[in-house]
Write a protein that binds this ligand. Sequence first.
Ligand SMILES: [Zn+2]
Length: 288
Amino acid sequence: MKDKLLKFLSHVGMVKISCVDSTLLVEEARKIHSLNPTPTAALGRLLTMGTLMGASMKNEEDRLTLQILGDGPIGSLLVSANCKAEVKGYVANPLAEVENRADGKLNVGGIVGKGNLRVIKDIGLKEPYIGTIPLQTGEIAEDFAYYFASSEQIPSAVALGVLVNKDGTVKRAGGYLLQILPDTPEEIIKLVENRIAQSKSMTEMLESGMTLEQIATYISDDLNTEVVGEIEPVYRCDCSKERMERALISIGRDELNNLLKDEKTELQCHFCNKKYVFSNEEIKELIK
Ligand SMILES: [Zn+2]
């Protein structure tokens, strides 16, 4: 089994849809960070959003960063993505937990709390694009729908879901991003809105055996919905000793001199937990 992300056009190109099954990559994140169930759902939703937005970027060097800065028990969340839908992320408190909601679902809004959502797009311009909005519910999908409407002026429907097994492993994860281009006739917008209002949740649709093609066709209410792109999204960290060296250099000479008090310096990557060890000789080289 592999994860899959498909891009579609419907209504002769007026409606753009990206649809993803991200089950394996969310389970990978859960294992790397030993996430509790509600943090699994929260980071899983943000990673899923990262694949959808990352896949819409054009160039290999483009980088997307999604940050949630809330006041809930999980603390902050961060996800980084590229145009190949390679994602990585972490949360401040992987072992945080809150009571389930009254309907029995994991309380993502409760663990995230109130705060801001920040979208940073580095697409090779002088300054990266930064868009910040106040969190609406902390449930993440609603927050992104609000972000697209207010910051990018694109009417969008966003669905993100993570279903967690009793043993804490990920049963199913996925999502979609549907965007309506400018000048789309009102009757088409109505069709799509009605379908989305009637549809089940993304994980329910996947669990019922619907394919990504069937989901996209259903939510757009257009039998001529066509696939225009396919990517395999993955959890991938691109850290290296060179990157860690650059991070060390950026802390400055005084801080580096401080590190020499210890026998060696150990750095751990936030995204994959890999450890990098620097000897004092190596630190001295960096100081030079
Ligand atoms: Zn790493």
